[in-house]
Structures are given as C-alpha cells and as structure tokens.
Design a protein around this ligand. Sequence first.
Ligand SMILES: Nc1nc2c(ncn2[C@@H]2O[C@H](COP(=O)(O)OP(=O)(O)OP(=O)(O)O)[C@@H](O)[C@H]2O)c(=O)[nH]1
Length: 821
Amino acid sequence: MFTSEFEPVYCIEGGTLQLKCTVYSETIDVHWFKGDMEIKENENIHIIWADKTHLITFKHAKVSDSGQYCIVAGKVQKQLEVTVQALFKCPLKNITKMEGLEACFECEVEKPYPGVWYKDGKELKSSSNIKINTIQESVHKLTIFQTTLEHKGKYEIKINNILSGADLDIKEIPDAIKQMSEHDRSIFLEAAKNGTAARYNIRIILVGKQRVGKTCLLRRLMNEGIEGVESTDGINIEVKKCKINLQTKEWIFTKGNESPLSEYPNDQYADCGFWDFAGQKEFYATHQTFLSRNAIYLLVVDVSEDFEMNTFKKYIDFWLDNIHCYTVNDTDESMILTNDLLNPPVIIIGTGMDKVKDTGKTKDSFEKFINELLREHPKRKHLRQLCFLSNTKPSKDKKEFQTLRSDIFERANEIPKWGDNLPTRWIFLEKEIDRLVDNEEFVISYDKAKSLASKCSFSLEEVTLELDSFLKYEHEIGNVIFSEDIKSYIILEPKWLVDVFKCFVAPFQFQNQCINMHEWSRLQSTGHLSKMLIEKLFTKIQVLNLTENKAVALEERNEENTLALQILKEKKTFALEIMEKFDIIVKPITTANNEEYYIPCMMEATEFNQILKTFRVRNKKCSRTSWFGLEFNFLPPAFFNHILVTFLKKYSLCIVGDGRLAIYRGIGIFDLEASKCHKLVVCISEYSVAMQVWQFKKGERICYHEHMKYLTYIVDLLQQKYRIKLPYQCFLKCPDGTHHEIAERIYLSDVAKTAQHYCPKHPFHTLDELRRFWFEVCIKSLRKGKIKTREQQAVLNDRPCDTYCLCIDFKCFFQIIAFDG
Ligand SMILES: Nc1nc2c(ncn2[C@@H]2O[C@H](COP(=O)(O)OP(=O)(O)OP(=O)(O)O)[C@@H](O)[C@H]2O)c(=O)[nH]1
C-alpha cells in the first residue's frame, strides 16, 4: 500500500512540522490519526495530497504534537514516531530577590531566534537600570541592576511566537535595616545574595498601673491559670512559648518542660513574645530600654476603679504619651497606617468586670471617659479598641480571651512589614542563638558569637563586619542587646538585662536583702553605690551570685573553676558597663577624679530649699541668674536619667562639706571653673529641665550661653539616639522662682510681644534682665537700633523667639535667617 519509508520525525517547537507518505495509487484515500483521533484540518493544520503523495503540515508545532501517529490507507496502517522538541532548553525561572539587589532572568533556546521581553504584558527595552542581551544567540538575558518594589511582576520572553514567563518577587529590606548605616545595609544585601527567608515576630507589651491584672491577663492569654500570681519584679518576659499559625491563626503554646516550638517553620508560624511590665513607678527608669516601636501594646486598667481619680487618668495619659513618642514624625511611613491610625497599636483592656454591678453601664461610661480624655490629641490615633473582661471570673468557655487573641493577630497584620525577610544565614544564626538561650546561656562572649557566625557560613573574610551588622539588627528589633562600644559580651536574652537592672532599680519591697546595710540608706540619700552593695545587689541573680568567699574557695580547688571565676568577674564588669551605657549608673566627673558608681534614679528626693541652705545661696554674697529651661509636652522617665547623667559625665560635680557629691534626685550642681565661684544647677522635674547659675562673686556680667546651648544640644541628640520625638518650648523665669512650677514661666515664643513681665516677688522683670545670662545679644541693643539690617529688625519684630536663641551668635546670624526662611 505504502511506497515510502517511515522514519521518526523531529522538529523544534514553533517550527513547521511536516509528515509525508506516498501510496501506490492515486485513488487510495489516506487518513491521519494521533492515538485514536483522526486529525482534521484547522488554521494550524493543513492536509493536502497530489497524485500519490499525501502531506500533513502543522504550521507551528507544539510540544504536545509529539507522539505516535498512525497513517491509514485502506486496511493498512503505519505507525510514525514524532518528536517536537521544546524551544526553551532552559525556560525562565521565578526569582525572589531582596530590594536593591540585582535580578537576572535567563533562558536558553534550541535554535537562535531573536526574542522580545515583556513585563506584565508591556514590552521592555534596555535602559540605564535594565540590560537586555543575548549570548551566542541562544542564551537570552534580562538584568535589572538595582531592583525596587516596582520591579515586582510577571516577566516573559517571546521567541518565534513561543512565550516563556516567570515571576519576579521583590522582598522589602526590613525596616530596622533601613534605619541602619549605608555600610550595614550593604553588608545585609551582600548576605542576602545567598538567599532570604521570612520571619514573623509579634511582641505584645502589657503596661499599666500596678495591681490592675497585667500578669493575670498574660496568664489567661497563654491559656494558663492565675493561681499564685505575684506582683511583677521588673519585667516578666515570656518568649519562645507561643507560635501563631499564619494561615489558621491558631495559637500554639508550650508548657513547662515540653519540647520547644522550634520545629514549627518560621515562614508559616509567627513567634509571639509577651513582655509584662511591672506597674511600680520605680521601674520606669529602666522600662524605656525594653519598650519597642514594633510592638502591640495592651494597656491594662481596672475599670472597677473610679475613672475620675487623677491617678487613673494620669496612667492612661502617661502610657499613651510613652507610646506616642515613637511616632517619630509625620513622615515616618512605618508609623502611619492611615490618616486616623498611628502605630504602634494600643488595645485598652478593662479588667475587673466581675467587680462592677452594671457591666453595660461601666462599658458605656468608660468609652465616654476615654473620649473625653483623649479628645483630638494625636495619641488617640494609636488606640484600636476597648476590651472588657474579668481575669478572676472569666466566662465558661473563656471566649473573651480567644477573641482578644484574634484581635491581637489582626493588629499584628496591620503593622506594615511585620514579616522581615532576612538572609538565610542570619536566620540560621538566630536559630543557633535560640538553642543557646534554651540551654540558659544568656550572655556570650564576642568570640563565641564569631565562631557561631562562621558555622552559619557568614562571609569568611568579613565575619566580624557581617556579625556586627547582624547584631545591630537583632538589637534594633529587640532580640539581643549589643553595643558596638562594649563588644566583649552580647546579651542573647533581654531577660538577663532585665534581671541586672532589677538588681539595682526596684522598689524596696524587692530589695529587702539590703535591709540591714547602711550602704543602702547611703545610696538612697547620696546615690553612691559602694562595691559591697554592688556585690550584694548582684546576689539577686542566680548566675551572678558568687560571693568573694565562695569564689576564693573555688579558686583554691582547681584551675577550671578559676577560669569560670574569671568569666564571672568579667560578666559582672560587663553588667556594670552596660548599665553605665544605658545611663542607669554613672561615674560622675569630679575634681578628685571619682571612680565610684552613682545611681541617680534610686535617690530619695531632697527639698530644693534644703539644697539652697546647704550652699548658702540666700547669703548676700550669692546672686542667682534667671532660670533657663525646656518644658516638654511629655518627658519619659528614662530621659530624666539620660539628661542628668549626660551632665554628670561632662561637668565636674561640686563636693559638699562632708565630702558628699552634690547630686540629688533630679538635681546636679556643678562647678563651672576652678575657683568654684560659679555653680551650674541643673534641675529635672516631671516635664521640664531647668538650669540656673549661682554666682558667689559679685560684679560680673557673665553670659552662660554655651551651657544653655549644651542643654538643648543634648536633648536633641538624645531624641535622635533613641529615635523618639519630644517637643518642647524654651522658657525663662525669675531667679527667685521655683524651677518646677509652671506659673510665671516666660516662654521664648512669647517674649517678642512684651518687653516687661510681671513677677510676684519683684514688681516686674525686663526681658533683658532675664535674657542676658543666657543670650549674648540683648534685645535692647536691637531695639536701640544698634543693629540695623532689615533681617535683624525682622528678628526683633516678627520672628518667634526660638529664632532669637539661635541668633545670638553673630557669626551665625546669616545662616540662621536662612534656616528660618
Ligand atoms: N476581681 C478581680 N481581680 C483581679 C482581676 N485581675 C487581676 N485581679 C487581681 O488583682 C491582683 C493583681 O493582679 P496582677 O495580675 O498581679 O496585677 P499586675 O498589674 O500584674 O500587678 P504588678 O505586677 O504589681 O504591676 C491579683 O490579686 C489578682 O487576683 C480581675 O479581673 N478581677
């Protein structure tokens, strides 16, 4: 029947596929089959014959055209093997890259054809950031040099009418990395070249007044009972005990000695950590270190209390202010959710519902109360919802806590970029650190961290550089505590630092091991922290608890213990250094080169009048300058310390008669020069810092401008360092006035309006009188027209007085005008 041979046919996808046969007579009908199906003509398939020759043509062959074909002529059939080879030897592959890195799509084709690239259906051309090229005509490449989030999308290449496509996913650089230096960012990107993975963290911070039920609420959230709950000493941190399934939103807890949750994959489960802050005020000086901008805050209040009580309002205001200062400025995108919402989110939880008679009424009046309290204040924008419950008498199925868990998860989702994409090797190192923490190794040496980093394939030549960037990132997000200037040790578990802090900063109820020590009462009155007291206070932490006697005994026994002892000593020194770093303790500068530690936040308050008496300030031979001060909308308690400690590190403290240093709670008195006739007094009260100079030499007209400038400088610097915003305004006050009372303050933003100010102690003060101690240019000379340029007149007449402050230095005058404009 057939007069032709049937050889296997081969063709490349997109090309023309032709199958041919000849039969012995023109009258014979030929039918083409693939499998059982007869092939019919369509726009891609043509079937023709001429005389004895039959031909079937596939215009654009597809890979699916491959297979066994059957050609039937009368009752005879022949088999024919057809292979259509895919055009793309190597098709495009999906790519996931960290933003900022290079992304390169590549494909290889069987036959050299030109290709056209598309992104989301639109043709792409080469540009400064995009390169399109071909290697030996068969490898097509598309390179995007510096990817941004806009480059995300579907990329395709069309070659000989065949498309190959793949997705480009761009992972955003974690926010914490964006805040770091250019150098750290480039190290991060280098590490990210070897692959990245996502990691989700939720930090839930419970805050509020003491005894309102924070710890009970934490226990309830963790599905535990509330028996035996005691007042919290410091901060109770519960981490690595809870994971949340990102899909099902189920919360998974471990209890007691159950195996840790490390087997749950990071990209499918979020790590959830709880930080329960003690409510006693004494702890506030150290709490700031552990507050975070990347957290969900549960502000707990006992709604069975009288809302109208001043303390009730004060605590809500206080915590919302504390949280609000993380909203750095209005352009910080990560903090602004929408026009009406700011991050970090806050849920107010009203406990004690079992104690109120009419729950409906309580809810209504609490809502009304919050509305009144916050009104139009921007801090209101952190508030997400109010929630009412009882810890002691929950509902039967405890559904209210389940609902709260779901709400918390929803809030976490709202925090932009809450899933951080990290270089895979960084995640490995995080896991190594978790393992150490599971074995209760909370502090490790830098060398040990280095060897762990090498184990996790950190770049060999630059292991310390990459390790430092990694540690800075982990510090920024609150997983570890690391400081580049005290590198000897790294705190892997913030709990350790909380423990160190609470050894020193805690209400007396938690310090009764010191009850019999006169050093303790000395600390309270003078701030002095003796070596013996340090040792005693350290006994509060198990791992640092080794008294000298025990130590010597150990030392005598064997060498290994000597080494252990050495490490222990080093860790104690490190603990002190780190407390110094956080301004909890300080070695003040004195003329006698003081080497002793002081702890200003643990001192009891001293009456200012008492200090005036000690220094005989009311003596005729002493004159006092006006007060210059800054009044803040809100000043976090830790800033109280930071400001005072910064002065203690720069200015030499006065020494009082009995050899005591002139440091008091919130007050430092410093000698400005060797004759000790000029004493700078810095006073920090609730929401203000004020300074005055006591002059024990008459007849001098000195301007203390540089000290005033130093104060504003450090306040601005501290805000930058801690990335919080603390708006303030400058004020002046009569020399005899009290620094902490708001009454009679003359705000610099008002002084341009009047030249004289009423004073209750004296009939009035001229502005010049108050200003001349702090500002070199007095308004009088401006008024008298000694300075005549138009700009200067403008300063005199219209400019807000903050501009005056900056204008005093004539050398700067020109720049300042430009600054204001
Ligand atoms: N009736 C009632 N009592 C509660 C409720 N929540 C907590 N308590 C009780 O209040 C007391 C203090 O509870 P904690 O959970 O320790 O309070 P806290 O806010 O953590 O206290 P600090 O750690 O000192 O700041 C305990 O005796 C609890 O039993 C509640 O909803 N109703």
